[in-house]
Design a protein around this ligand. Sequence first.
Ligand code: GTP
Length: 412
Amino acid sequence: MRIPSLLLRFPRCYFSRRTYSMNFGLTPRADLLGVRSLRPAHRCHTEWICSPGGLRRGLCQQAAPQQQVEGLCDREQRLVDRLYHGLIQGHRACLAEAITLIESTQSRKKKVAQVLLQKVLSYHREQEKLNQGKPLAFRVGLSGPPGAGKSTFIECFGKMLTERKHKVSVLAVDPSSSTSGGSLLGDKTRMTELSRDMNAYIRPSPTRGTLGGVTRTTNEAILLCEGGGYDVVLVETVGVGQSEFAVADMVDMFILLLPPAGGDELQGIKRGIIEMADLVAINKADGDLVVPARRIQAEYVSAMKLLRKRSKVWRPKVMRISAKTGEGISDMWDKMTEFRDLMLSSGELLAKRRKQQKVWMWNLIQENMLEHFRSHLAVKDKIPLLEEKVLRGVLSPGLAADLLLKAFKDGL
Ligand SMILES: Nc1nc2c(ncn2[C@@H]2O[C@H](COP(=O)(O)OP(=O)(O)OP(=O)(O)O)[C@@H](O)[C@H]2O)c(=O)[nH]1
């Protein structure tokens, strides 16, 4: 066995379990939770691993599994290590368990989840470096009104991608589930074939919680899916309420799926969301619906010409597809990859992702601050009283807000 000369000179460097070169960055949420747990960078990019076949030289792709993480007990540390290794080896059960962990509202579990996320993030960075800085996955948002054919589309589109050797995950953001108690989206019965596909992972959104909570965990679930080797992450949301705006802020490309119906039938769709779309797909362009689909396509093409340009390299497209027959789906994927390549080569994609990180952090701050404010002892009891006065019109909203904010500041 030939031993590299450097190894002879610095055996401890190579054999000291594993040494890693990572600058552990933080997810916005970890920063808020004050997670500073993974020990800082070591300076070695390659490691020599003793294996039965002799010394093996490998790139450091893992985030310090042996290093002690401050603040975690042994059991938690083992959980993090188990989920991390399972996740990056592509075990769906570990991915599911990791997402359940990040969805937890229990403070201890939240902390453990953040430690896991940091490890996954470090792994990401290493993988991206190996991939010449290209992102590991293509993040796609999909929105559309109920009945537009989202699940039929995802089933057809997902199967096409897995046949082409992609790994696809589908995450659903469904704010209505917090009030209705049931998840409209992400229901595996809606995508029966895809949910049986070993290269696809479908995750229903949690059925409780606020939109803020759901979107926060979706953001983190995206990272976990990417760590699990899913190279296309589809985030689905129903086109009512605010969820589609939140989704548009966490993906590389935002797609609006519409049925071949006119303005009146699409009341739920807000004008603003059309402005967010990088691609509008008019679905159900088959049979008798081909003619109305053409008309709607023409209407959207002219309407979108009037919209403010959001990218230097891409003008939003309007396409006709049929999720039922599969027509146009392959062309749509071609357009999507064209978008990704253009955005990547122009640098817009990475700039967009960076901006999203900042938006994500501020959303979390807003959400946490409001919660903190509402539950603060100095204001908690005053809120119902002042709300009632505002409702009766005896106090202006501005004055009521000033009074509450003053009570909060004084109580800090
Ligand atoms: N003709 C035709 N019908 C379609 C097509 N895609 C979906 N449909 C039908 O439209 C109906 C609604 O489709 P879904 O895929 O459930 O729509 P969805 O947007 O997921 O609806 P929600 O689950 O309510 O959010 C079903 O009856 C589908 O069979 C299509 O391309 N052509």
